[in-house]
Design a protein around this ligand. Structure first.
Ligand code: ZN
Length: 270
């Protein structure tokens, strides 16, 4: 069965831009060149508290990218995000982007105009770098695992976090994500088909027996081979009183960014 791909304003815009320019994807195409083709110029320079920004001039548009970004995936996402502003948000003077504006979790809940604009730019970037139709085909028929997310991240040259968010929308296996920062659950999201009830722990500490908490309490980061950790259903989800924790096979895979003290817990049932 083919999945119906739903486009948001941002992702539809990215899809159209690819189509209009004759691209199926930009996986092996230099983004700098793509930006030049759109009439803007990328400038790499040292920046403080900023990953990238776009400056709309009367005639020319400059996209500045922090030359201190060491991860290729992050650099590509930042450029793609700025292209989103270029295409969708012309004339808003300057957009300044950092970890906060490009976070998947920070923007969606914000109703402020700024939050919406950033959310659109992130949706745009996700689609530009990981076209939905290709993403869907790439994961189809493959059993869900941390390795699948890693393989997709390598293929699309995007971060594990971006891939996990895309998987929630398009992946075949229902998963949910919990974002924790500084030992506090900030937000959660689930695939539309996820069949279990999630205990809302927003603004609370992560569950005592979660893998996320193991990182916050003990600094534990599992190796690749052990990154799929068995947990109880009751760890993150509601266990009905007629259910038994032993009857379920749940797992948690944590995407940890020690520098920002954040954990994304990917939770799924096998
Ligand atoms: Zn932005």
């Amino acid at each position: 069965m083919k999945k119906l791909i739903k486009y948001t304003k941002g992702s539809a815009c990215a899809r159209n831009l690819l189509l209009e320019n004759g691209f199926d994807d930009l996986i092996d195409f230099p983004l700098d060149l793509f930006v030049s083709g759109l009439g803007a110029t990328i400038l790499y320079k040292p920046m403080i508290n900023s990953d990238g920004r776009i400056i709309f001039g009367k005639k020319n548009t400059i996209i500045e990218i922090n030359d201190g970004i060491s991860f290729e995936a992050k650099k590509r996402f930042t450029i793609a995000h700025e292209i989103g502003h270029l295409i969708m948000h012309k004339g808003v003077d300057i957009h300044n982007d950092n970890e906060a504006t490009m976070s998947w979790f920070n923007n969606k809940e914000k109703q402020a105009k700024n939050g919406r604009v950033e959310y659109e730019a992130n949706q745009f970037a996700s689609e530009l770098l990981m076209p939905s139709a290709i993403f869907y085909e790439k994961q189809k028929g493959i059993k869900f695992s941390p390795q699948l997310l890693r393989d997709l991240s390598i293929f699309f040259k995007t971060s594990l976090t971006s891939v996990a968010f895309k998987y929630i929308e398009l992946g075949d296996h229902p998963i949910c994500l919990f974002h924790s920062y500084n030992k506090t659950v900030k937000y959660w999201m689930r695939n539309i088909d996820f069949p279990h009830f999630i205990i809302d722990k927003t603004k609370l500490v992560p569950p005592e027996d979660s893998v996320a908490m193991e990182f916050f309490e003990k600094g534990k980061i599992y190796t690749k081979e052990k990154s799929k950790q068995p947990i109880w259903k009751s760890t993150w989800l509601e266990l009905k009183n007629w259910e038994n924790d032993n009857d379920f096979n749940f797992y948690e895979f944590c995407i940890i960014t020690p520098m920002y003290n954040t954990v994304i817990s990917v939770v799924w049932e096998e």
